[in-house]
Design a protein around this ligand. Structure first.
Ligand code: 3PG
Ligand code: CO
Length: 555
C-alpha cells in the first residue's frame, strides 16, 4: 500500500541543514547591456558558476518542461514553484483550459451549468487579465469563452478588463482592446448585448496578491461591481488610449475606469441575479477578488453592495479553501509534494519571503495549497512588503531581511530545510527599469552570500536556483537575438519573463565528497530539483518524481 516513508539514500547521510534558495526571475543569457544580471556585480553567484559542470548547471524553466502548452510559453512563478516543490510536471491551468475549450467539455461541467442558470434574466460578467501573456490568462481563451457562452444562451455579456503590460509589452493593451471590441461587435450583430463595462491596470486595479494591498481589490470592486470609478468613458478603447496619453501611465498601472452610456450611466455594474466568471486560470492574483465575490462574511473593505450572484472561477484557485466553490475547469491535482513527504519523514522546514512572493515559496511550492502541513515541524515567515510603490524605487526590496531570517533559522539548528524566495530580479525586472533591476540583482546576490555564510558555519548544504528568467534579458529581440526596434526606432523594453534556462548550484561543507551533477540529463528542468534536495536530506525521492540531478561517485 501507499506509504509516506521515503527510502534512505544509500550513500548520503541524514541530519544536514539544507538551504534551498530560489532567486525569482534569474535566468542565464548571453552577456549584453540588457542583461541586468551580467551588468550587476554578483560575486557570489559568479563564484557558484565556477562550479560548472559538477556543481553548477542549467535547467529548463519554460514551456513543456513546466507543464505549459508550448515551447513558446515563457516560464512563470506559479508553474516554476509548482515544479520545484512537486518534483513532477503537471499539465498546468493554461493547458487544461485549452483542452476544456477545444473539447467543449467546459460547457458540460458543473460550473458552467451553475452560472448558466442566470443567462435568461441576468448578465454574464467576465473579469480578468486581457493579454496573450499566457501567465494568468489568455486572450484566445476569453474569445472562445465569449463565443461559447453566447452559443449556450448568454444574451447579455459585460467584460471587465485588466490591462497587462507586465507579461507582454507595454502599450499592447490598445491592440488587445481592439481585438476584443471586434469580437464583441460580432456578437452584437448576432443579437447578443455584449460590451466592455470597466477596467484598469492589473497592478493598480483588482489583481493584488497575498493580501499585499486590499485597496487594489477595492478599486476593482468599485469599477466591476458598483460601476463607480474616477474615470468614465464611452468606450474602452478611448479609455485606454486617453489614460495612457494624458496620465503618462503604463498599461500595468492604469487607474480604474467605467464605461458609461450617453446619459452617463455605467453600462455594466454587477447586479442581483447576474453571473460572474473570473477568467484568469492562475490563482495568486484572483484569490482576493474571489473572496470578495464569494464570502458572505467579509471585512477587508466595505463592499457597499453585495449582489446575489452566481460566481465561478475559470479554475478553483485554492484547493484547501475550496475557493471559489464553483469553477469551469478542474485545476491540476498536484499532490504528494516534496514538502508533504518531508514533514512525514520528520524534516523540519522553515520557509520565508516577503509578502509579494510569500505564497510562491509556500502556496505554489506546496501545490497551490495554503497553510503548512504540520505546524509542529514547519514555520513560514512572511516579511511585509512595501505596498503602494513600484519596486524600481526600492529595488533592494526585503532581500537582506529575508536573508537575515534565513541565516537565523539556519544557525538556530531548529530546521533541516531553510527555503527562501528572493524577489528582486523578478519584481524589479517587471517594472522595466534597467538601472533599478541591476541594483535589485546586486541585493539578491548579497542575500545569497549571507545565507551561504550561515550554511558554511553549520556544515550544511545549499541548493541555489531560480524559478524562471526575467532580469537577464530586458529587451524585446528579433529571431536572430538582436534588439527589435519599434516604428519610431526605439528599443522595446521587455518587462516580462523569458524563455531562458536557470542555474542550479549545489555545494556547502555538508555536501559529501563525490556528489556531482549527472551528465545524462541535459534536458532536465525545474521538476528535477525536488529529488535532488530530497537526496541532500538523506532520502531517495518517490519513484514517480523526475530523476535527481546528482550522482555520488566513490573516490
Ligand atoms: C505577476 O503576476 O507579477 C506576473 O504576471 C508574473 O510574475 P511571477 O510569475 O514571477 O509571479
Ligand atoms: Co514575475
Amino acid at each position: 500500500g501507499f506509504s509516506w516513508k521515503l527510502a534512505d539514500h544509500p550513500k548520503l547521510p541524514k541530519g544536514k541543514t539544507v538551504a534551498v534558495v530560489v532567486l525569482d526571475g534569474w535566468g542565464e543569457a548571453n552577456p549584453d547591456k540588457y542583461n541586468c544580471i551580467y551588468v550587476a556585480k554578483t560575486p557570489t553567484m559568479d563564484s557558484l558558476k565556477e562550479g560548472l559542470p559538477e556543481k553548477w548547471r542549467l535547467v529548463r524553466a519554460h514551456g513543456t518542461a513546466v507543464g505549459l502548452p508550448t515551447e513558446d510559453d515563457m516560464g512563470n512563478s506559479e508553474v516554476g514553484h509548482n515544479a520545484l516543490g512537486a518534483g513532477r510536471i503537471y499539465a498546468q491551468g493554461a493547458k487544461l483550459v485549452d483542452f476544456a475549450l477545444a473539447s467543449g467539455k467546459i460547457y458540460e461541467g458543473e460550473g458552467f451549468k451553475y452560472i448558466k442558470e442566470c443567462f435568461d434574466k441576468g448578465t454574464l460578467h467576465l473579469i480578468g487579465l486581457l493579454s496573450d501573456g499566457g501567465v494568468h490568462s489568455r486572450l484566445d481563451q476569453l474569445q472562445l469563452l465569449l463565443k461559447g457562452a453566447s452559443e449556450h444562451g448568454a444574451k447579455r455579456i459585460r467584460v471587465h478588463i485588466l490591462t497587462d503590460g507586465r507579461d507582454v509589452l507595454d502599450g499592447s493593451s490598445v491592440g488587445f482592446v481592439e481585438t476584443l471590441e471586434n469580437d464583441l461587435a460580432k456578437l452584437r450583430e448576432k443579437g447578443v448585448d455584449a460590451q466592455i463595462a470597466s477596467g484598469g491596470g492589473r497592478m493598480y486595479v483588482t489583481m493584488d496578491r497575498y493580501e499585499n494591498d486590499w485597496d487594489v481589490v477595492k478599486r476593482g470592486w468599485y469599477a466591476h461591481v458598483l460601476g463607480e470609478a474616477p474615470y468614465k468613458f464611452r468606450s474602452a478603447l478611448e479609455a485606454v488610449k486617453k489614460l495612457r496619453e494624458d496620465l503618462k501611465v503604463s498599461d500595468q498601472y492604469l487607474p480604474p475606469f467605467v464605461i458609461v452610456d450617453e446619459s452617463g450611466k455605467p453600462v455594466g455594474p454587477t447586479m442581483d441575479g447576474d453571473a460572474v466568471v473570473t477568467f484568469n486560470f492562475r490563482a495568486d492574483r484572483m484569490v482576493m477578488l474571489a473572496k470578495a465575490l464569494e464570502y458572505e462574511d467579509f471585512d477587508k473593505f466595505d463592499r457597499v453592495r453585495f449582489p446575489k450572484i452566481r460566481y465561478a472561477g475559470m479554475l478553483q484557485y485554492d484547493g484547501e479553501l475550496m475557493l471559489p466553490s464553483q469553477y469551469l475547469v478542474s485545476p491540476p491535482e498536484i499532490e504528494r509534494t516534496s514538502g508533504e513527504y518531508l514533514v512525514h519523514n520528520g524534516i523540519r522546514t522553515f520557509a520565508c519571503s516577503e509578502t509579494v512572493k510569500f505564497g510562491h515559496v509556500t502556496f505554489f511550492w506546496n501545490g497551490n495549497r495554503s497553510g503548512c502541513f504540520n505546524p509542529k515541524l514547519e514555520e513560514y515567515v512572511e516579511i511585509p512588503s512595501d505596498s503602494g510603490i513600484t519596486f524600481n524605487v526600492q529595488p533592494k526590496m526585503k532581500a537582506l531581511e529575508i536573508a537575515e531570517k534565513a541565516r537565523d533559522a539556519i544557525l538556530s539548528g531548529k530546521f533541516d530545510q531553510v527555503r527562501v524566495n528572493l524577489p528582486n530580479s523578478d519584481m524589479v525586472g517587471h517594472t522595466g527599469d534597467i538601472e533599478a533591476t541591476v541594483v535589485g540583482c546586486e541585493a539578491a546576490d548579497e542575500a545569497v552570500k549571507m545565507i551561504l555564510d550561515a550554511v558554511e558555519k553549520v556544515g550544511g548544504i545549499y541548493l541555489v536556483t531560480a524559478d524562471h528568467g526575467n532580469a537577464e534579458d530586458m529587451v524585446k529581440r528579433d529571431k536572430k537575438g538582436k534588439p527589435q526596434l519599434d516604428k519610431a526606432g526605439n528599443i522595446q523594453i521587455l518587462t516580462s519573463h523569458t524563455l531562458q534556462p536557470v542555474p542550479v548550484a549545489i555545494g556547502g561543507p555538508g555536501l559529501k565528497q563525490g556528489v556531482r551533477f549527472r551528465s545524462d540529463l541535459p534536458q532536465a528542468g525545474l521538476a528535477n530539483v525536488a529529488a535532488t534536495f530530497m537526496n541532500f536530506h538523506g532520502f531517495v525521492a518517490p519513484d514517480d518524481y523526475e530523476p535527481t540531478l546528482i550522482e555520488v561517485v566513490d573516490n
